[in-house]
Design a binder for this molecule. Structure first.
Ligand SMILES: [Zn+2]
Length: 360
């Protein structure tokens, strides 16, 4: 027999409570590693790699515990909901579903910390290593290289890529490569870490914006704009911090990297752009109950009219526009040629929409 929801809720809350100090522990362990990396006289890629892997593994283990607890919780509720439904207790089943959603939401702050700590602590590990590397790289830049022909000293400065130098004494040309610390410093990961750390607030804001966006079933252009703007803010803050750190990165190179970072967030959103535009275009007609106009629009966009009007209902409702959603439901009743008495049918649908929103 599966445990009752109440027993499982207690277990779930205990499990969540246990993860909080674990997260704090991982944070202080990582901060200690950050400190050590920053002070290292001989920073090496393996030490950084081990610290990043440890952070990832520890976070993965915490996430797995939360997932595991949530699965057990969901199972216990599923059994209770099935039982209530068998008894014909629809209200009880509904109440249980709400309760489950409420309990699941308890893990959201922990999951957000996991995502955001994961991003920022990883950036700080790389940034700390970058600072130690920078000190070593500076020594490389100050050390002249001997001319292979006459032995005169050739000053190379901050080398980020193989560069040809003409000897000041004999004129011979030879190619000099960045020293090991410079090569790693300019390799990309280090500077990305420094720039991400410097723009941390904007990346946290982007994560919050992504979370809010993913909660919507039928996001509108305004939602996409909000997310795009958060992505642009983070990427541009990153670009402003990264630009002065690499001698070979000019405005165009940084702009291309910024663009790529924005695209990484935004491009999955364009997948249903046509559908979203159609839904957006139909909102006003639906809110005003203009059925013919909606049907013409569905025809023009070559979408199934019932699915189209239903999406509009969902979108209006989840954006808090309840009266308009009600009007759209009247249209849906007509489009679907529902036999059921209209008012009762609409009441049932609005309750379904409410339930769906509450249990996401
Ligand atoms: Zn020479």
């Amino acid at each position: 027999m599966s445990p009752t929801p109440d027993t499982q809720i207690r277990a779930w809350r205990e499990q969540l409570a246990e993860q909080r100090p674990r997260l704090t522990e991982v944070r202080s362990e990582t901060e200690a590693a950050i400190h050590r990396l920053a002070l290292a006289d001989a920073p090496d890629a393996a030490t950084l790699g081990a610290a990043r892997a440890a952070l990832r593994e520890r976070h993965k283990a915490i996430e797995a515990r939360i997932d595991h607890g949530q699965a057990a919780l969901t199972q216990a509720f599923a059994a209770a909901v099935a039982e209530a439904s068998t008894r014909g207790d629809a209200a009880g089943a509904r109440r249980l579903r709400f309760q489950l959603a409420e309990e699941r939401r308890q893990s959201e702050p922990l999951r957000a910390t996991l995502r955001q700590d994961g991003l920022l602590l990883d950036a700080s590990l790389r940034a700390a290593d970058a600072r130690a590397l920078f000190r070593l790289a500076q020594k490389e830049w100050r050390t002249p290289r001997p001319c292979l022909k006459c032995g005169a000293r050739i000053a190379v400065g901050a080398l980020s890529a193989p560069t040809a130098f003409a000897c000041g004494s004999c004129g011979a040309v030879q190619t000099e490569r960045p020293g090991p610390a410079s090569a790693r410093y300019f390799g990309g990961e280090a500077i990305d870490g420094l720039a991400t750390e410097a723009s941390a607030d904007a990346w946290v804001a982007l994560d919050d914006a992504e979370f809010a966006f993913r909660r919507l079933r039928e996001p509108l252009a305004a939602d996409t704009d909000l997310l795009t703007s958060a992505a642009r803010k983070a990427a541009e803050a990153w670009g402003a911090a990264a630009r002065p750190l690499h001698p070979a990165w000019d405005d165009a190179a940084v702009a291309a990297m910024v663009h790529q970072k924005v695209e990484a967030v935004v491009s999955p959103l364009t997948a249903r752009a046509g559908w979203r535009a159609a839904v957006g275009a139909g909102l006003q007609a639906a809110a005003a109950g203009r059925t013919a106009e909606l049907l013409a629009l569905a025809d023009q966009e070559r979408v199934d009219p019932a699915a189209f009007v239903e999406a509009i209902c969902v979108s209006l409702h989840e954006h808090g526009n309840r009266d308009a959603a009600w009007q759209a439901l009247a249209v849906l009743h007509h489009v679907r040629r529902e036999k059921a008495e209209r008012n009762q049918w609409m009441l049932d649908r609005i309750m379904e929409l409410d339930d769906d929103l509450r249990t996401r």
